[in-house]
Design a protein around this ligand. Sequence first.
Ligand SMILES: Cc1ncc(COP(=O)(O)O)c(C=O)c1O
Length: 339
Amino acid sequence: MASANLPRPELRIDMAAMDTLLTPVNCDGPGLLAFPAQSNFSGVKHPLSLVATAQARGWHVLLDAAAFVPTNRLDLRQVRPDFVAVSFYKMFGYPTGVGCLLVRNAALKVLRRPWFGGGTVNFATVKGRMHVLSSGEAGFEDGTLNYLSIPAVEIGLRHLRQVGMETIQTRVLCLTDWLIKQLLALQHRNGRPMVRLYGPVNMIMRGGTVTLNLYDPNGHLLDYRRIEQLAGDARISLRTGCFCNPGAGESAEDLSDEDMRAGLAQVGAGINLRRFMQVMQDRSGKSAGAIRVSTGLASNFADVSRFLDFVLGFRDQTALTLGTVSFDIESCRVVRDGG
Ligand SMILES: Cc1ncc(COP(=O)(O)O)c(C=O)c1O
C-alpha cells in the first residue's frame, strides 16, 4: 500500500507524486485508488479528474464522497468511479448508521466475500460445508436491513432537493469565506496571530471544513482539548483531535518520520493520542490534532459569528490562564494519571 503526499500549506494531493504512484499495476488483480472527493480534515476538494486518470491506467477507484455530497452535486454520468461511499447523516443529519456504497455492476464482479451473514445467501448447508451467496449487491448486505431508518433517506434527499444544492453551496461559500478571513485577522495585543489554519485560506476548490489551532501571544500552542472543554461550557460542541485523518494531520503539522519514530519509541505499546500529543509537544512544539468547524445545510451567520466570538475570548490568553484539561478527549473519561 502507498499513500499520496499532501504538501503544505494547502494540503492538496501532490499530482506529480500521484502520477508516479499510478504506474500500471503489475500485481495479479487491478489496484485500488481510494481518495476523498473532499477532505474532511482540510476542506480541500481533490480533483475528480483523478478518477478517469487512474482508471485509464487499469486501477479501480473508490471515491469517498462522504464530505463532498452534503454540499456538492456529484454527477455519476461525468465522474464514473467504480465505488462511491456516502454517509447520509452528513447530508441531512439523520439517520446515523445508514450510509451506502454505490458499486458499478462491472466492479461488483471483482469483489470477493469469504464469509456470509443472515440474508446474504441463497443456499447454506452445515453438513455439505458450503454456501452460495445471493447474487448482486444482496450478497454484501449482512443481516436484516435497517428498514426502520432507510425510509428517512428518501425524505432527507427530498429535503435537500427542495432547499437546492446551489443554495446550500452559496451559503457554505459565504459563511466559510467570512469565517476564514475573520479568523486569520485575529491578533493578540502584541500583534502575533491567534489562529493557525490548515489547508487553503481561500474558497478555490475547497468546502466548508475549517481546521485550526490556537496559539498564545508567545506563539505557543494552546491545548485543543482545553479549548474543547471551554467550548462545551459555552454550549458550543467542537470537534477536536485528529478526526479520522491521521495522515492529513501529520502532513498539516509536518510531523516527520523521525517525529513519528521518536513518539512511538517513547510511548511504545501503550500509545494513545494523549500520550503521543505530549511527546510531540515536548519534542518540537508540534500539534498532534486540531480543532475543526464545518458549515453546511444547517449553518447560519449566527453560528459562525458565535464561534468567532468564542475564539476572540482567547486573546492574550496562555496555557497558564486557561488551566489544564480535565478529561481524556479520546474516550471522554476523566484524566487521572496526568501522563
Ligand atoms: C470524507 C469522509 N470519509 C469518511 C468519513 C466517516 O464516515 P462515517 O462516520 O459515517 O463512517 C467521514 C466522516 O467525517 C468523512 O468526512
